[in-house]
Write a protein that binds this ligand. Sequence first.
Ligand SMILES: [Zn+2]
Length: 236
Amino acid sequence: MGLNDNASNDAPGANNKHEQILFTGVIEVNQQKCYASVTMHLSEKFSVPDDIALLYDFVNSLDLRRYVEGGQVHVPDDELDSAAKLQAWLRNRGAIAKKATLSAQDLGRALALRDALRSFLQLAPAERAADAAIAAQINAAAAHFPMTLAMGKAGAITLQSGSLTGGLSRVLAEFYQLSVTDRLDRMKMCASDECSWIFYDRSKPGNRRWCSSTLCGNREKIRVYRNRQKQGYTGD
Ligand SMILES: [Zn+2]
C-alpha cells in the first residue's frame, strides 16, 4: 500500500510547477501526501517523468545541497551510507527480492554506479559523448547489474534484474530509456556549486542550467554581480 507501490505511478504530472515545489512547497506537499512514517520518494516531490522515477531517486540519494534558502540551511545527506540503508531504500521501491540481504560489496557496487551516473550527468550534454573516461566508468559500474527478460502469463514482457540483489539494474533500464527516447540531455546536474542536484529539464529549448532559475539561478547571478562589483567592473 501507499509508497510501497511503484513510485512512478504516483509521480506528479507534467503540469506541476517544479520550481515552486522544489524548494518552497516541499513541506506542504509532504503534509498533503503524508503516509504514516513512510518517507516520500523524491520523484513524488518533484516533477519528473514517471519512467525515470527510480533513476531520479537514485542519483539524488546523495544530496549535496548546502545553501541557505529562506533562512534554512540545507545539510548534505546520503541516503545510502550503509548496506542496510541501501537494502531498505530498494525494498521501499519494490526493487529487491524480499529475502535478499545486501553486503558491503553490494553497497560498494551501488555507490560506484551512482558515482558513475552523477559524473556523467554533471557533464554538459555536448561534452558527454566525447568523454571516454566516463563511458569506461559507467561500463565498469553497470557490469554488476545484469538484466534479463521475463514473459508473464498474459504475454506481458518485462525487464528484470538478473540477480536477487541487483535491483539497481532497473535504474540502468531507465537510463537506457532516456537515451533511446532522446531525452538524456534533459537530465543534468544543477550548475550551482552549492546545489549539485540532478534535475530533469522540462523547458522547451532544454537549455536550463539550474534546477531552479528563481533560486539557484538567481543566487548565481547575484554572486557574479557582486564579484564584478568587487573587481571594479562597471558594465557596458
Ligand atoms: Zn540547484
